[in-house]
Design a protein around this ligand. Structure first.
Ligand SMILES: [Zn+2]
Length: 263
């Protein structure tokens, strides 16, 4: 069977284990069902997520000109503390930014490789944690908009990492960390104006990924360097497919690539 289309990030459904669907825009593939089986991936051409043209993908699925134009790729996506929609100030598209930024946001602690602090919209929980390959997570604060969450994240970055090592995450080298203890420790460093958003709740959310065995050595597949790949799928974690020979494929990192997939 052949599936084809423009890659977008995989759709996930929380469960035990998490379910993954490859999103090829007009075609969907239940990836869990392919674990233990061979699949072949072929890069056909590119299709920018915004203009749809066959141009080199620059970042986040966009060609270079769209990347510097669309609100989905603006600076505040990576740096929430720069958000200004609450002041009525536009970055690229005020209407879009009001809808995106002025909604409840979560500041969380998650462990994928080490404890990290992050920000996401409340409705992206637990999707955001799954996309990062986090094994467990807890909510540290709930704010009314993106700016407030960004200010908390910036303050806490001095004490805790804000990045994940994807290699450790994929090898499942996950330390046991007392997140509640961490959260209580970090509370003192919240900016005064945002201290009221602290969440005392002690729930730890756990994520179970469909992986038969974790690789010991990792090779990253890049379809811009290698047009074709064939391998036996052994698991899925974060936005990565893991193959028997240690090859890992970052699906999200290939948004905008148009591929054919042979099962
Ligand atoms: Zn484009």
């Amino acid at each position: 069977m052949i599936f084809e289309g423009q890659i977008r990030k995989m759709i996930t459904e929380n469960g035990n284990p998490i379910r993954y669907y490859l999103n090829l825009k007009d075609d969907y593939l239940d990836v869990n069902q392919q674990i233990g089986k061979k699949i072949k991936i072929f890069h056909h051409h590119n299709e920018c997520l915004s203009c749809g043209l066959d141009k080199e993908i620059y970042r986040m699925g966009y060609c270079k000109s769209c990347f510097f134009l669309v609100p989905e790729a603006s600076d505040t996506i990576i740096r929430p503390e720069l958000s200004q929609a609450h002041l009525g100030i536009a970055e690229r598209d005020l209407e879009w930014e009001i809808a995106f930024q002025l909604q409840p946001h979560i500041v969380y602690l998650a462990v994928a490789s080490d404890v990290k602090v992050g920000v996401t919209r409340e409705k992206q929980i637990p999707t955001r944690w799954i996309d990062q390959g986090a094994s467990y997570a807890t909510i540290l604060a709930k704010t009314s908009n993106r700016y407030e969450a960004g200010m908390i994240e910036v303050a806490l970055k001095n004490y805790v990492a804000d990045k994940t090592s994807y290699q450790k995450m994929l090898k499942n080298e996950v330390p046991e960390i007392d997140l509640i203890h961490q959260k209580e420790f970090l509370k003192q460093y919240l900016p005064e104006e945002q201290a009221k958003f602290y969440v005392a709740d002690e729930t730890i959310y756990k994520m179970e990924y469909p992986v038969l065995n974790f690789p010991e050595k990792i090779k990253s597949l890049s379809l811009s360097k290698q047009k074709e790949f064939e391998g036996k799928l052994t698991g899925i974690k974060g936005q990565y497919l893991i193959f028997e020979d240690g090859t890992v494929w970052n699906v999200r990192g290939h948004e905008g690539f148009y591929v054919k997939i042979k099962l």
